[in-house]
Design a protein around this ligand. Structure first.
Ligand code: FES
Ligand SMILES: [Fe+2]
Length: 338
């Protein structure tokens, strides 16, 4: 038990409507083409479509007001989204345009779609389920900046909570072990302390992690990282290697429901395609993600928020700061801004 002002022992996202007030990545922009697509965020099913091939995206609840059919199983015709059950049609604002059985009849007042706030930025479709977002879309300053190139990766689904994945992405201690077959080495697990600071947007943590390789290369090196967590689940992880190469991992983690999450990852680098082909970076990251996934999917839910529920050692400073941050978010003691 806990009193009203205290954080719960475990974090179950559906118990906190506040999480609906953040923008999350629904999918990559490139995945919304000629047909509507389905995604789920915080247990809410959504349909995402483009009324015109190069037009803006629209997002609505994935349920027809007529007989509850999933609109994501429909199609686009004459710039309208068409329901697959009885063929009702809506424009990109969700206004009913046609009920084909009696086209001249008046449209019932509840026939329109329930639209959801959305935007496209950084090659991704962002969605906020609430009409009153707490903060906007997190910044990615390297995007389109001179000297930087972009390597969009994949959407990965993890059968674990968004909290477990985010914590993992900010956890230097697991690299030597979970990634022992790629870039980690269990014989070199020692770390130096990380610096962790609360910021206006979340947390910033920096430190060094010894690694055995980097994408497409072999040979031990060290990652000097500055990792930013934009509350609640967006990671901007900036690595600098000893030769000056910079490698930014954008980890946009989206809670699918209380037990699953998606991550859309994008890499930004200061080298060129000739220096290191995108295919090498993708192959490396897919292997690494699968290593994390296999471990994370073994962990129990719900996520243990209270510090007393686990043992914590010196390598867990990030993790402790993250748990305190989420505790402050759910209790309303702290609100991010950027
Ligand atoms: S259920 Fe959509 S038109 Fe009937
Ligand atoms: Fe990992």
């Amino acid at each position: 038990m806990h009193d009203a002002n205290d954080a719960p022992d475990v974090l179950v996202l559906s118990e906190h409507p506040l999480f609906r007030r953040f923008f999350y990545v629904a999918c990559f922009s490139r995945d919304v083409g000629a047909a509507p697509v389905a995604r789920r965020i915080l247990g809410t099913d959504l349909v995402i479509w483009r009324a015109e091939p190069d037009g803006a995206v629209s997002v609505a609840l994935d349920r027809c007001a007529h007989r509850d059919a999933p609109l994501s199983r429909g199609w686009i015709k004459d710039c309208h989204l068409v329901c697959p059950y009885h063929g009702w049609e809506w424009d990109r604002q969700g206004h009913t345009q046609r009920i084909p059985q009696f086209p001249e009849a008046r449209h019932p007042s509840k026939s329109g779609l329930t639209m959801v706030r959305s935007d496209e930025r950084y090659g991704m479709v962002w969605v906020c389920l609430d009409d009153d977002p707490l903060v906007g879309i997190p910044p990615i300053p390297e995007w389109g900046a001179p000297g930087w190139r972009t390597v969009p990766e994949y959407e990965f689904t993890f059968e674990c909570t968004a909290m477990h994945l985010l914590e993992n992405n900010f956890d230097p201690g697991h690299v030597a072990f979970v990634h022992r077959n790629t870039f980690g080495n269990p014989d070199r697990p020692e770390l130096t302390d990380t610096e962790v600071a609360r910021t206006s947007y979340g947390l910033e943590t920096s430190g060094q992690v010894p690694v055995e390789s980097r994408p497409g290369e072999v040979g031990a090196t060290v990652r000097t990282t500055v990792s930013k967590l934009y509350a609640p689940f967006f990671g901007h992880i900036a690595i600098t290697y000893p030769d000056g190469l910079r490698h930014v991992m954008i980890k946009a983690i989206t809670p699918v429901d209380d037990e699953r999450c998606n991550r859309a990852q994008t890499v930004l680098r200061t080298d060129t395609e000739e220096d290191r082909p995108a295919a090498d970076i993708l192959a490396f990251d897919v292997e690494v993600e699968n290593e994390d996934r296999q471990l994370l999917e073994l962990l129990p839910t719900p996520f243990p928020l209270a510090v007393h529920l686990n043992a914590h050692a010196q390598a867990d400073r990030n993790s402790l700061a993250i748990r305190r941050l989420w505790s402050d978010v759910v209790t309303g003691r702290w609100t991010p801004s950027w």
